[in-house]
Write a protein that binds this ligand. Structure first.
Ligand code: SAM
Length: 225
């Protein structure tokens, strides 16, 4: 929905529940809204029921700003660890999150609705004006076969003589593996792919969720995105 002064907005049932039951807001309250395109706006809550709300947009508080063109390709982990990866990747500015199913993946199940809700909450908490796109899970070979030619894929590999991960301002992505690491065949595929650069995150073996968080931060150092 476009945001402009005087525009009327209809909240989803989940948003109405959040406003009324979680945030305890009522008609007349001021709410901040964004849609990923038009910046941040102040809006007034006009009407609220259990599963519906209407708002009127008042004034712009912040314009939309450019964000890093950074993706995270990650092997889904156990539920809490995946939730953490999605929350932290959102805070760290990732534009897209691509779950990849590897030979040693901890799970093939990804609850897209749940992960989207976590990303929305994290975007609101860190005052980001976009929500990362969450792609459906894809098998590892399919991700590599369809990799876009304009984007470098930095594959985090442990126990290898790979160079350290350095900041990158161009479109790029970080790939992290599952708790069991990448299988030898997958490491071979990564080694053969023209757009993949294998990188190290240091001498210690990090948990997969730590590797995703550290890698996203390093790619954006020193400004942190
Ligand atoms: N089971 C593997 C082992 O013992 O060698 C460790 C896998 S690690 C827990 C999970 C993922 O985190 C890896 O696939 C890799 O992508 C990333 N990772 C962890 N530590 C790393 C490091 N020091 N450098 C690069 N990547 C790392």
């Amino acid at each position: 929905m476009p945001l402009a002064a005087g525009a009327a907005l209809a909240a989803t049932p989940a948003q109405a529940h959040y406003l009324g039951t979680v945030m305890r807001r009522g008609p007349g309250a001021t709410v901040l809204v964004f849609n990923g395109r038009d910046g941040e706006w102040e809006a007034r809550l006009i009407a609220l029921s259990r599963d519906a709300a209407r708002l009127e947009v008042a004034r712009q508080l912040r314009p939309q700003t450019e964000e890093p063109d950074l993706w995270l390709v990650f092997a889904p982990l156990k539920r809490d660890a995946t939730d953490l990866v999605v929350q932290k990747a959102t805070e760290l500015g990732a534009a897209a999150l691509l779950p990849v199913l590897t030979r040693r993946s901890n799970t093939a199940r990804v609850n897209a609705g749940r992960l989207h809700a976590i990303a929305v909450e994290a975007a609101e908490q860190c005052e980001r004006l976009t929500v990362p796109r969450i792609a459906p899970p894809q098998p590892f070979p399919a991700v590599l076969a369809a990799w876009p030619p304009s984007r470098t894929l930095f594959a985090a590999v442990e126990r290898a003589a790979a160079p350290p991960l350095l900041p990158c301002r161009a479109p790029c992505a970080l790939l992290t593996g599952p708790e069991g690491g990448f299988a030898p065949e997958e490491l071979d595929e990564l080694g053969r792919h023209a757009l993949v650069k294998q990188v190290s995150l240091g001498p210690r073996i990090l948990r997969a969720e730590t590797a995703a968080i550290v890698g996203l931060a390093l790619l954006q150092a020193p400004g942190g995105g």
